[in-house]
Design a protein around this ligand. Sequence first.
Ligand code: 13P
Length: 251
Amino acid sequence: MTRTPIAAGNWKMNGTNAEARALCRGLAGIDAIDSVDVVLSPSFTQLPLVRDFWRGANVHIAGQNMHTQPSGAYTGEISPVQLAEVADWVILGHSERRQFFCEDDQALALKLRAAEAHSLTPILCVGESEAERENQRTSAVLTRQVSVALGDSPAPSGLVIAYEPVWAIGTGQAATPDEAQAACAHIRSVLTETLGAETADTVRILYGGSVNPSNIADFMAQPDVDGALVGGASLQADAFLAITQAIADSV
Ligand code: 13P
């Protein structure tokens, strides 16, 4: 089974509109890089301009979070209906949302269903903390995060999973390619149990955590790593272009 790899940039809570526009200009030509799905995930306030910049181009636009309900009295939240007006993908369950905003696996199960209902392709983020890693809990944590979020329902269409070990995010200390492969292979085995082998084989699994232009090729050489979810390096146009090109070259 060939899975089209993904280069996803999570811009997190960075930049003004002018800076977002400049970053898009710096990424000129990224949509012409063959055999890779490019996903850009700016802040909510930047989504309309980033969407307009890439209109008609082969670039997907992702929200960084969303609520489960289509509308209602949820001050400060963005609904899937609202998000779908400006994005076609959504990042769900990033570790920063789990850590700072109390998102749990049950909430993510609802968010995955909401994404499916509103035709948003979800990137479900999973990953163990440093303490969980030290206590050899990585596999157990990944099993719980994936199986609770997926529940008993069929897989959301286009489901993407990002393995982002918390200790590797923004630290410059990436997982080794072997560690990334072991975790991604474990995630695929959980998917095989919950969704069946045929579907599990189609799900793209990304690695995220201190990815840069120098280490991306080694991650892409792993059989169960289908791309990257990039934080810091996605804010530098040259670095994200180089990462995307390396991902395409790995096919
Ligand atoms: P860094 O690439 O900055 O480590 O961030 C990874 C991440 O959290 C992407 O979602």
